[in-house]
Design a protein. Structure first.
Lengths: 345, 345
């Protein structure tokens, strides 16, 4: 295949693995890059040393381009992002913050930078400070999409940007890839679909649920981690919808986060409280969400876990290997192209 | 073009005009059918005699196939639907109710029946009792979509149905048409895009707003007419979001509805109250929504009016004639096909 994304990054297929915490680990990243796509490492749950180790592990598993994400809103993201620059990772994908300095530094060694965006304002700003592309997250996506859906967001961004758009949200097969390209995207990012593959470390309890559940089986709310977030509709998620924020749990969970990031907890807590009540509540929500996501992903906990998934979970019916999946998607997209050609004559 | 929809209905392009109250009037219906698509008359605001007159007017303006809708939840819908059968309209598009009897009666004279659906359960049921196709309404659509977006709803329905799927929601140009076909649809229905055409009777105040506003400028809530409904984000709509239901207004507005339908009001009111408090509140909400939609559409009232629009309103930048628009969409879809062909090689 040949799109602006395959050309820009030197990859075979314009298919990204979204950087999903506890899922987009080195083995998954390498599997997607080796299959011809672009794996993106999730650095959210890691401290700088773990991030460095993970990047080196990816490099031991593949000689293909890969990416790493940087969720700038999260505590510790800055320190991790600096490691990405030191290690000169080929692609950096930042979200929830301003990545102008990342663009500046990455361009020095020839790295490419993608901004994850949900609207034209953020996308234009990223283009203005030199980002190489955007990942446009539609409402149907796992976790943090906003109101605008892929069907509308992608063409609206393609209309106003010069840099290429990668579509995220609602894509699980070759029909979705073909549709995204028709809408003006130059590639796709998939999270939910890659989550249920042989190589994915997602706990088998949730792989089984992802295969069983339908397109209506997600919930979308600010109650899960403080910002608009889509998760699998389990009993635990329905309970979380009704619950008010549990500050005691947030206290315990934020200590977990600090420990995971190897940050001094006192400093973290003071920093958060000093940033104002609104921000502290946001961080409390995030800490609880973070813990619930980890319990689902790693431990398969059906009572306290929450799994971010997109509506595309309803389009998933099997657990192929990453390589099988990528080849199948490309074949299906070509089939969709033939169907389209015949029908549009 | 040639899809299962063009073959089934004997039309040139698989492009439907959605049946929008006060907009999909005979002249608009005929314009879309004459341009090669399928116009669908909105019967919601009419009594049986007006419906009959409108159908005859369409027949005086075009010899092409056309459709009429029947929103079965609305008071008076049954009486109107019987007129559609008597007049043997080529296509009946029903929504918000069970249309098995419509299918049975329409098939007697060779009419085709499409069910508007938002999920697989309704779609399968419609297929089981003989509907000829479904119109799948995604979350991004004007008015009454549910949570699942076009990108996901269309392939999920195409996977489980034998009858063809028409995609509605998020489509305003040829990229959208090509994408919908790639996803497995056999055609598209457009409301928001057709609303802003030369022939459309939408008040110029709202045509101007539709052209100006962006993809994020819609609101989606149950507050507008009692069920999930997407409208243009105006000050009036933001106020409506915060307001509790106004029962006095509902009383006045429901009298308007009754007058418009030429239904005896006392009987209507008793029927509604007898159906229980929940249903009465739903009807009260609907009466208020109905009035606000009419004020926007016909009178251009920016203070009290509400205009149902889809997110695709942000993709609209001009006011072409219906014929120009249809030809442009087909040309753009063919262009998207060429782009896709080159990129998927």
């Amino acid at each position: 295949m040949k799109t602006r994304i395959t050309e820009l990054l030197g990859i075979r297929y314009p298919i990204f693995l979204s950087g999903m915490s506890w899922i987009s680990v080195p083995m998954m990243v390498a599997a997607v890059s080796n299959a011809g796509g672009l794996g993106i490492l999730a650095t959210g749950p890691m401290d700088p040393e773990e991030t460095r180790k993970a990047i080196r592990e990816i490099r031991s598993l593949t000689d293909k381009p890969f990416g790493c994400n940087a969720t700038l809103l999260m505590p510790g993201a800055m320190a991790n992002a600096k490691v990405l620059l030191q290690e000169q990772v080929p692609v950096i994908n930042f979200a929830l913050g301003k990545g102008d300095w990342l663009v500046r530094e990455a361009h020095k060694y020839g790295g490419k930078v993608f901004a994850t965006v949900v609207n034209a304002r953020h996308a234009r700003r990223a283009q203005d400070y030199g980002a190489d592309g955007v990942i446009a997250t539609g409402n149907e996506a796992a976790a943090h999409g906003e109101a605008v859906t892929t069907m509308v967001l992608v063409p609206s961004l393609a209309d106003v940007l010069d840099i290429p758009v990668v579509a995220a949200g609602g894509i699980a097969d070759g029909r979705g890839l073909a549709a995204a390209l028709a809408l003006g995207a130059e590639g796709v990012a998939m999270g939910t679909r890659f989550m249920t593959t042989r190589e994915s470390p997602l706990h088998r309890n949730y792989k089984a649920l992802s295969i069983q559940m339908g397109v209506t089986d997600t919930l979308y709310s600010k109650r899960f981690d403080g910002i608009w977030c889509r998760v699998l509709k389990t009993e635990a998620a329905e309970k979380a919808l009704k619950r008010r924020i549990d500050l005691l749990a947030a206290f315990v969970n934020s200590r977990d986060v600090a420990r995971q990031m190897k940050m001094p907890y006192g400093k973290l807590l003071i920093g958060i409280l000093a940033s104002g009540w609104g921000n502290a509540m946001k961080m409390a929500n995030m800490a609880n969400g973070f813990k619930a996501f980890q319990l689902a992903t790693e431990e398969g906990d059906l009572n306290r876990g929450l799994l971010p998934v997109g509506q595309a979970t309803g389009l998933i019916h099997d657990e192929p290997t990453v390589a099988e999946l990528v080849e199948r998607i490309v074949a299906e997209a070509r089939q969709a192209r033939e169907g389209l050609a015949a029908r549009l004559d």
